[in-house]
Design a protein around this ligand. Sequence first.
Ligand code: ZN
Length: 168
Amino acid sequence: MNQALKQARKAYEHTEVPVGAVVVDSHGVIIARAYNQVEKKQSQTAHAELLAIQKASKKLHNWRLSDCWLYVTLEPCEMCFALACLSRVKGIIFGADSPLFGYRLDKKDTGRLYKIGTCEIEVISGVQASQAAGLLKDFFKKKRKKGRDEAHKKNKGPSSRKKTRTRK
Ligand SMILES: [Zn+2]
């Protein structure tokens, strides 16, 4: 999880929502690392988990990540959770809960084992959750402050208009 947190910090540095993920093989070796790149790629699917799973599949030349584990700093969304199932990962270990987009929102708590169709996936939650959540809180706090500062600048009148960025 430390390595996933490291990826989350990278996302933070790139002003992306700080979420990081790694895929670990059956020997416990990290085979892929990734961080959220939704802004950079302007893609709503560029989540850390998805990028890490794609990298892992490429590395193994196999889309079946049967004995692999996915570590991610935030509870995966439904898309990433489904992808992990489709990729046949053995399990997911995540940090902070995601009360907005987490996959568990519409699911009954089934304990550690989730089933989707014939896929079974083990889930362990809350691992180093406070660190992952702290990073997210800090990020959104800064973002809100930046938003307020920009709104404040805009309201200052014509002299600040020059600073307004032109749209691409
Ligand atoms: Zn996701």
